[in-house]
Design a protein around this ligand. Structure first.
Ligand SMILES: Nc1ncnc2c1ncn2[C@@H]1O[C@H](COP(=O)(O)OP(=O)(O)OP(=O)(O)O)[C@@H](O)[C@H]1O
Length: 258
């Protein structure tokens, strides 16, 4: 099932202009312009090393670009970081968390850092832990969580302050199918309520199922973008993806020694 386009407003939730980033003179992102419509469920696809994490990190103010601009709901991420960051929730790559805390403590820390009322934090964090099946009274430290549980607590931290835009780096990676279905459901409801989600993924089925819009990245540039239907053009997303990124097919003679 694809999600219908929801209440798209004319101002993009996220606007990237001319983003460029190199590491040791090697371009990782080579000039990206992208508008993510407000109310959309936006999937960023690309092979390993395409520049997805680098792009999203620059988009949310975690990594300074060599050139270019990122605006979140009209606020420049680098010129007006407080206003921009107040409006987003981010699940970064690798989810670096203060992990010597329980889930409840970590959420309290995030909520209070954002200036939220302690009672609201308590009530929302209990609800998030419950909905994400992490257990509101779980005394396990986050450092001892499984990879999938860490993803889920990272997502809870990103959602706690009810941001208008969620930017999620591979939210479904390492997550079991039951939890993935749960996360899909939560995100679909969030978008139905007017929120915007941008996420990177390698899982075509998830992107096909959830996204209203898709962009395919390769070698630090956007190769294709549009609504899901436009990008697919009546084919499977996987076929389009492989064609766009120039997939290599095995001849059968490789690894003969194996
Ligand atoms: N901190 C860094 N230092 C040096 N090179 C980096 C750094 N971060 C990313 N790169 C390089 O930039 C390129 C893009 O990496 P990036 O992590 O953005 O890709 P990605 O599309 O997210 O890949 P994946 O799907 O494997 O997570 C790669 O060639 C990577 O090696």
């Amino acid at each position: 099932m694809t999600v219908p386009h929801q209440r798209l407003s004319p101002d993009p939730a996220l606007a990237l202009r001319g983003l460029v980033k190199s590491f040791d003179a090697k371009p990782a992102v080579a000039g990206i312009d992208l508008d993510v419509p407000a109310g959309s469920f936006f999937g960023l696809l690309g092979p390993n090393g395409a520049g997805k994490t680098t792009t999203l990190s620059m988009a949310v103010g975690l990594l300074r670009p060599d050139a270019g601009q990122a605006r979140i709901l009209g606020y420049d991420v680098w010129a007006d970081p407080a206003a921009a960051k107040a409006r987003i929730g981010v699940l970064p790559d690798g989810v670096r968390l203060f992990d010597r805390l329980t889930g409840t403590e970590l959420l309290a820390y995030h909520g209070l850092l954002r200036g939220m009322d302690a009672e609201v934090v308590d009530q929302r964090s209990a609800e998030l832990l419950d909905v994400l099946a992490l257990g509101a009274d779980n005394r396990t430290l986050v450092v001892d969580y499984s990879a999938g549980m860490k993803k889920k607590i990272g997502l809870a931290c990103a959602m706690l302050h009810a941001p208008r835009l969620l930017v999620l780096d591979e939210p479904f990676e390492a997550v079991d199918p039951v939890s993935a279905a749960l996360i899909r459901d939560i995100l679909q409801r969030y978008v139905s309520g007017g929120g915007t989600v941008v996420f990177s993924s390698h899982v075509m089925a998830v992107v096909e199922r959830l996204c209203s819009h898709v962009a395919i990245l390769a070698d630090g540039t956007i190769r294709m973008r549009g609504t899901l239907a436009e990008v697919r053009g009546g084919r499977s997303l996987e076929d389009v993806f492989v064609e766009v990124v120039g997939g290599r097919t095995a001849t059968g003679s490789e690894l003969a020694w194996l």
